[in-house]
Design a protein around this ligand. Structure first.
Ligand code: AMP
Length: 234
């Protein structure tokens, strides 16, 4: 069997990447790999590694490249995900992470890098009202709370504000996005791997756009043959 769908999502914090990554992973039958979720789970488990990562995260700083690259290499090796497919969410965030990912995925490489484009003003509004389940990470918002109190609809976990959704940490994270992660859009575009979708709209609308660009294999600025996307997990 050929390689499965191997996607990564780019986009500012609060662009809805996590929500869309979960749906895309289900649609293509591949695991959702979120470095933020893995690091938060390490923090909850109280290991030395988790405590160190948590200190960077709470300040809105990036966890050092070698640490995050190690986490991703280990996860991609599980269940043969490196070959059978994945949706990466929150990785890569720097040029050196992107280069390391290329090495990890050789020779097949990525199917596509998808930029979920949402302007800074919109993500600021989303992030300041965001609340998440402490158990499963399901996202809520002060304008779209759980059905009962601040308790997760799915598993009854407490729904709280993330440590790094404070004003100071949000502005640091967005600054780092523009400086370190934004340039990866050009990096993938130059390789003919970039797909872009407008991330403003309802969750369903954005998901339909994502599936549309993937399945059509079309980019707004040119055509890509669907076979070039290496989509066998359909
Ligand atoms: P996220 O849930 O993707 O917003 O990630 C939360 C936090 O985890 C980030 O603000 C970083 O501190 C850390 N983190 C997640 N992914 C990475 C990465 N690829 N490189 C460095 N730090 C990361």
């Amino acid at each position: 069997m050929g390689p499965g769908a191997r996607f990564l999502l780019l986009g500012r914090q609060g662009a809805g990447k996590g929500t869309q990554a979960v749906r895309l992973a289900a649609r293509f039958g591949v695991p959702h790999i979120s470095t933020g979720d893995i690091l938060r789970a390490a923090k909850t488990s109280g290991t030395e590694f988790g405590r160190k990562a948590a200190a960077f995260m709470a300040r809105g700083e990036l966890v050092p490249d070698d640490v995050v690259i190690g986490v991703v290499a280990e996860r991609l090796a599980q269940d043969g995900a490196v070959h059978s497919g994945f949706v990466l969410d929150g990785f890569p965030r720097t040029r050196s992470q992107a280069e390391e990912l290329e090495r990890l995925l050789a020779p097949e490489g990525l199917s596509a890098a998808i930029d979920v484009d949402v302007p800074t003003e919109v993500v600021l509004r989303r992030l300041s009202g965001r609340r998440v389940c402490t158990i499963c990470g399901a996202p809520y918002h002060i304008d779209a709370p759980p059905k009962v109190g601040w308790v997760c609809d799915k598993d009854g976990g407490d729904v709280v504000q993330r440590d790094d959704d404070t004003e100071a940490a949000i502005s640091r994270r967005l600054e780092l996005y523009d400086r370190e992660t934004g340039p990866l859009i050009d990096f993938y575009d130059e390789q003919g791997l970039l797909l872009r979708v407008d991330g403003v709209g309802s969750v369903d609308e954005v998901f339909d756009r994502l599936v549309g660009v993937i399945e059509d294999g079309r980019r707004p600025f040119g055509a890509v043959a669907p076979s070039a996307l290496g989509l066998s997990a359909r």
